[in-house]
Design a protein around this ligand. Structure first.
Ligand SMILES: C[S@@+](CC[C@H](N)C(=O)[O-])C[C@H]1O[C@@H](n2cnc3c(N)ncnc32)[C@H](O)[C@@H]1O
Length: 256
């Protein structure tokens, strides 16, 4: 039997839309857990099939959600299933192209789509989602953007074209912190590649060593010998607490 992956390889060449292949229920649960979906979230499933991801997010966590799919019959089926599950008010479905879907209100986006479509979506995801939003993909990762987490899940009873294993990927949208920053007496330059950062730090013009730096959404921290900072990026400022030479000080970095 032609597997979904093999079909996708062929579909990539032929520029055709792949069929609806559902994410197995245990993988849906794991995707929602990876994204830490809660009642405050708005989940968008891009290419929502029978609506199972958005419906599960509403049913299990009380999250609002939107599923979009090009296939009108799947959109109608999803609406029926949402009503049957009693979550019709939380889980909406629309017939729409994923590339024409406004993502700005989502805090979680889920994807199980062809690699070529995933590639086209990457600039939209980075441009429209707020820092700290989570993206979870099934089967196909984004090229060039290293996932924050990656998992393989054994599927107990794979169906039809499904393989016995689901690959899942999580990304947390990083704040844009690249470039120079200053606060009185301190200078910092951040080098950024998605969520990976390196820091050049100086105090009164004297370089200091930074050995570890981490960016997760808006949360920003670094440390080195005798120095550590932990803060949060918002409104073009990074506000937090610096500990240096045994002294702790509140600090707000701004762009020069
Ligand atoms: C592999 S299925 C995944 C379904 C569901 N997200 C899940 O994980 O169970 C992909 C779905 O994306 C839809 N799709 C493919 N290209 C699309 C596009 N450009 N815009 C909207 N939906 C699309 C297909 O109709 C199909 O239902």
């Amino acid at each position: 039997m032609l597997t979904f992956l093999a079909f996708c390889a062929r579909a990539q060449d032929a520029e055709v839309r792949p069929p609806f292949v559902a994410t197995p229920e245990e993988a849906v649960d794991r995707m929602l857990a990876l994204a830490k979906v809660g009642a405050g979230d708005f989940v968008i499933d891009l290419g929502s099939g029978d609506g199972r991801i958005v419906i599960a997010a509403a049913r299990k966590f009380g999250a609002r959600g939107l599923g979009v799919d090009l296939d009108a019959s799947l959109v109608a089926l999803s609406r029926e299933k949402a009503d049957e599950a009693g979550v019709g008010a939380l889980a909406r479905f629309e017939e729409r192209d994923v590339l024409k879907t406004d993502l700005s209100s989502a805090s979680v986006v889920t994807i199980y789509l062809l690699p070529s479509l995933v590639d086209q979506l990457q600039p939209k995801l980075l441009g429209e989602l707020q820092p700290g939003s989570r993206i979870v993909a099934h089967a196909f990762p984004m090229v060039g953007w290293k996932p924050d987490r990656r998992e393989s899940l054994r599927i107990a009873a794979p169906r039809g074209a499904q393989s016995g294993e689901s690959e899942l990927f999580l990304w947390i949208v990083p704040a844009q912190v690249r470039g120079p920053w200053r606060v009185e007496g301190w200078q910092m330059r951040v080098h950024q590649n998605f969520q990976e950062i390196e820091i050049e730090l100086a105090r009164d013009g004297r370089p200091m060593t930074v050995e570890r730096a981490r960016l997760e959404g808006r949360e920003f921290e670094f440390s080195g010998p005798g120095v550590s900072f932990r803060g949060r990026m918002a409104d073009e400022a990074i506000t937090g607490v610096m500990v240096a030479g045994g002294e702790s000080m509140a600090m707000t970095w701004t762009r020069p």
